[in-house]
Design a protein around this ligand. Structure first.
Ligand code: NCD
Length: 312
């Protein structure tokens, strides 16, 4: 499947590993609605350890494990012995004793890899600082694939702070595993993609963000990927330069088949006036979070055969 027991970075996936996720997610999709309960992960426990805020990642992992027939425990620092001064490593080692798999989020780049080194169960990176967010990118990959029926020969434009945007970092890596994709990073100066995430076919488009719509009309992306301005990782000057809004006017500048994606949460960069447009995918991504995370959990816990049995 992928070459480590943990899911820390998209680097550890091959194209065929990603295709396995797509297949498993689509097999599981009909069973992911309300009222379904499978027994693929019966008796197994996922622990979610979040040292940073989360809505979708936390809830979708929780519901995914529930639908797979497993159980979930959730750790947040407030109200835990972390308030008494317990360190993160001891908290993680403690929760490991009750769990079969851990999903961990931390504000520090590389932290999840370090935690994976101190436990004996598989670990999922649920976001490490401004580095990677591999499961969000797998969801985004599934969303793009469902819409275009391919992940090759696509033009994908990312908008915002390419420097800090962890979901984009992981999705850019995914696009590099498929063929003939062109990836643009549209940002104000100083917020370009760090060198370690650059792939063949990547191009910086450094602009004054007030000219965003004109630039989009020129490059005609198949996928426009927008994100929140991650202020918690940014300097004030950079935040001020990185203002933009995707709205009805933006839609008019894009080809009719283009989709707009946003992993949420949004603040003011995606106007609700286009929420119900069929090419605006943010809540579809939320929905696909379930199927994709069900596939990730079932595969990491060794249940590939059980997934193929439900499709038989
Ligand atoms: C993102 C994250 O936490 O990286 N959200 C998510 O997981 N869906 C996006 C963000 O915080 O801006």
């Amino acid at each position: 499947m992928w070459n480590t027991r943990h899911l820390l970075t998209i680097d550890s996936f091959s194209r065929s590993g990603l295709e396995t996720i797509l297949q498993c997610a689509s097999i599981l999709e009909p069973f992911s609605g309300r009222g379904n309960k499978l027994d693929i992960c019966k008796g197994e426990i996922l622990a979610e350890i979040f040292f940073e805020p989360s809505t979708r990642t936390e809830k979708s992992f929780q519901v995914a494990m529930h639908v797979l027939g497993g159980d979930v425990i959730i750790h947040k620092d407030a109200g835990s012995s972390r308030d008494k001064g317990e360190n993160k490593a001891d908290t993680i080692k403690t929760i490991e004793q009750y769990s079969d798999i851990l999903a961990i989020r931390d504000h520090e780049t590389g932290a999840i890899e370090r935690y994976a080194g101190i436990v004996n169960v598989p670990v999922i990176n649920a976001g490490d600082g401004s580095n990677e967010h591999p499961t969000q990118a797998l969801i985004d990959m599934y969303t793009i694939w469902k819409r275009f029926n391919t992940l090759d020969s696509l033009k994908v434009a990312f908008v915002g702070s390419l420097k800090h945007y962890r979901a984009a970092h992981s999705l850019i890596k995914i696009m590099s595993k498929f063929s003939n994709n062109t990836v643009f990073g549209i940002s104000p100066p100083g917020l370009e993609l760090p060198d370690n995430f650059r792939i063949n076919g990547y191009e910086d488009i450094t602009i004054d963000m007030r000219n965003l719509n004109d630039k989009l009309a020129e490059i005609k992306p198949d996928v426009l990927y927008v994100g929140r301005v991650p202020k918690e990782y940014m300097q004030t000057n950079d935040i001020n330069q990185c203002r933009y809004e995707i709205n009805k006017k933006t839609l008019q500048c894009l080809p009719g088949h283009s989709i707009i994606m946003h992993p949420l949460p949004r603040v003011d960069e995606l106007h609700p006036e286009i929420d119900s447009h069929p090419n605006v995918m943010h809540f579809m991504q939320v929905r696909h979070g379930l199927q994709t995370r069900m596939a990730v959990l079932a595969l990491m816990l060794g249940h590939e055969k059980k997934i193929s049995e439900i499709s038989a």
